[in-house]
Design a protein around this ligand. Structure first.
Ligand SMILES: [Zn+2]
Length: 379
C-alpha cells in the first residue's frame, strides 16, 4: 500500500529513519547524523573531483579559487549545522589540495596553502577551521535570542556559574568547547571571517608567529617583491604560477631533485656538477648568451644588480618594469632550456609585449618602458 498524507502512521521513525530539514538529514542519534552527513559530502566531493580528473586544468594560481568556489562550497551548508568528523573534513581537504598540486612533485610549507594571497599564500579554504567557524557562528548567533543556548555558552565555554545549570548538549564535545573558548577570547564581533581567522591561526600556532619558510630561505626577504612577481596583473597567469613555484622552491628542477635524493645537483644540459640556480638560468652553455644580454639590460637600471639578487627576487620598487622582464625571462628559460637561442628569446619577449598591449592592465608608460628595454636587448 502507498502511503499518503492521511495514511502515514506516526511516529515518523517507523517510515523514515531521519528528518530532513532544509537539506540536512537529522537522525535519531547525533553520531549517526554526523556520520551520514560526512559520507554524503565525501561522495559529492569525490564525484565532482572525478569529473575534473578528465583534464580540467587551470593555471596553478587559479586553482585555489576553483577549489574554494566549485568544490568546497558544497559542504558549507551542512557544516553550518552539523559538526563534521575530523577524518571526513581531512579527506575533503586532501581531495581539494591534491587537485591544486596535481602536477607538482613537491609541496610548499603547509601554512602557505591557507594564508591570504596578500600574505603570499594560496588562500585555499582550511576545511576544519571554516567548518568549525560556520558552526560556531550559528551557535553564537542563536545564543543571542535563545536563553538555553546563552546559558550553555556561559556555563561551558565562559566557565561562569549559571544556576540552574543547563543540560550539556550532546554536540558540545571538548574540541568544540576549546575552539569556542579561543574564539570568544579573540573576536570583536560575530562574523564567519573573523572566527575563521582566529581558528586558522590557532590551527597553525605551533608555527612560530606565522613565519613563512621562504622568509628564511632568501636573504633580505621582501614580501612586497614576492607579491610583485606573483600577483602583478601585467605578468600572465601562467608565468606568475611558474614564479610562485620557483620562489617557494617547489618547481621540480635538477636542484630540487638532488635535494630530495640527497645527492649533489648536476646540470641536465651540460653535465656540470654541483650547480646552483645561477648556472641553470644564466651560466650554463645553452643560456650563457641570454644571461649576458639580460644582465646588461638590468645594469642600465642599476649597475649593481647581480644575478644572485635576481634569483633572490630583489628587483627594486622604483623599477617596476623589471618584474615583467625578469619573470618572463625565467619562464622562457625554464620552458626552453634545451633549445635556447638569443634570437628565440628576443622573439618571445617581443611577442609577449604584443600580448600585453592587448591587455587592459598595461598603461602607456609601462608599455613604453618595456619597449625600450627590449630595444636594449637588441643592441
Ligand atoms: Zn649546464
Amino acid at each position: 500500500m502507498w502511503l499518503n498524507q492521511s495514511t502515514v502512521p506516526l511516529p515518523f521513525l517507523l517510515v523514515s529513519d531521519n528528518l530532513e530539514i532544509l537539506g540536512v538529514k537529522i537522525f535519531e542519534s547525533w553520531p549517526k547524523t554526523r556520520q551520514i552527513a560526512g559520507i554524503e559530502l565525501k561522495q559529492k566531493i569525490k564525484s565532482i573531483r572525478d569529473t575534473w580528473r578528465g583534464g580540467r586544468f587551470y593555471d596553478f594560481l587559479l586553482r585555489p579559487h576553483v577549489v574554494n568556489t566549485y568544490l568546497f562550497s558544497n559542504i558549507w551548508h551542512k557544516a553550518s549545522s552539523i559538526n563534521l568528523l575530523c577524518k571526513d573534513m581531512d579527506k575533503i581537504q586532501s581531495e581539494g589540495n591534491d587537485y591544486i598540486f596535481a602536477d607538482c612533485y613537491l609541496r610548499p610549507q603547509k601554512l602557505v596553502n591557507y594564508i591570504d594571497k596578500s600574505a603570499g599564500g594560496l588562500q585555499i579554504n582550511h576545511v576544519r577551521s571554516k567548518a568549525m567557524a560556520l558552526f560556531i557562528k550559528n551557535l553564537l548567533e542563536e545564543s543571542l535570542t535563545n536563553i538555553y543556548l546563552d546559558a550553555v555558552v556561559r556555563k561551558y565555554c565562559l566557565d561562569e556559574d549559571v544556576l540552574p545549570a543547563p543540560v550539556r548538549p550532546f554536540y558540545l564535545d571538548n574540541r568544540l568547547v576549546s575552539s569556542m573558548k579561543t574564539v570568544l577570547g579573540s573576536i570583536q564581533r560575530i562574523s564567519t571571517k573573523s572566527i575563521y581567522d582566529v581558528l586558522l591561526k590557532n590551527a597553525f600556532s605551533n608555527n612560530e608567529n606565522f613565519q613563512l619558510r621562504i622568509e628564511l630561505v632568501y636573504d633580505g626577504f621582501s614580501l612586497n617583491n614576492i607579491l610583485a612577481f606573483t600577483r602583478s596583473k601585467l605578468i600572465p597567469t601562467t608565468v606568475r604560477s611558474h614564479m610562485w613555484k620557483i620562489i617557494h622552491k617547489i618547481e621540480y628542477s635538477e636542484i630540487e631533485e638532488a635535494k630530495v635524493k640527497l645527492i649533489s645537483p648536476s646540470c641536465n644540459i651540460c653535465g656540470e656538477i654541483d650547480i646552483d640556480r645561477i648556472h641553470r638560468y644564466f651560466k650554463c652553455e645553452n643560456v650563457f648568451n641570454i644571461g649576458l644580454i639580460f644582465l646588461r639590460v638590468l645594469r642600465v637600471f642599476d649597475p649593481l644588480y647581480s644575478l644572485e639578487e635576481i634569483l633572490e627576487f630583489k628587483a627594486k620598487e622604483e623599477h617596476p618594469q623589471l618584474y615583467w622582464f625578469i619573470s618572463l625571462t625565467l619562464y622562457y628559460i625554464d620552458k626552453n632550456r634545451k633549445r635556447c637561442t638569443t634570437d628565440l628569446y628576443k622573439a618571445y619577449m617581443w611577442s609577449e609585449l604584443e600580448t600585453l598591449r592587448m591587455s587592459k592592465y598595461a598603461n602607456e608608460d609601462m608599455l613604453l618602458a618595456l619597449k625600450i628595454m627590449l630595444e636594449l636587448l637588441e643592441e
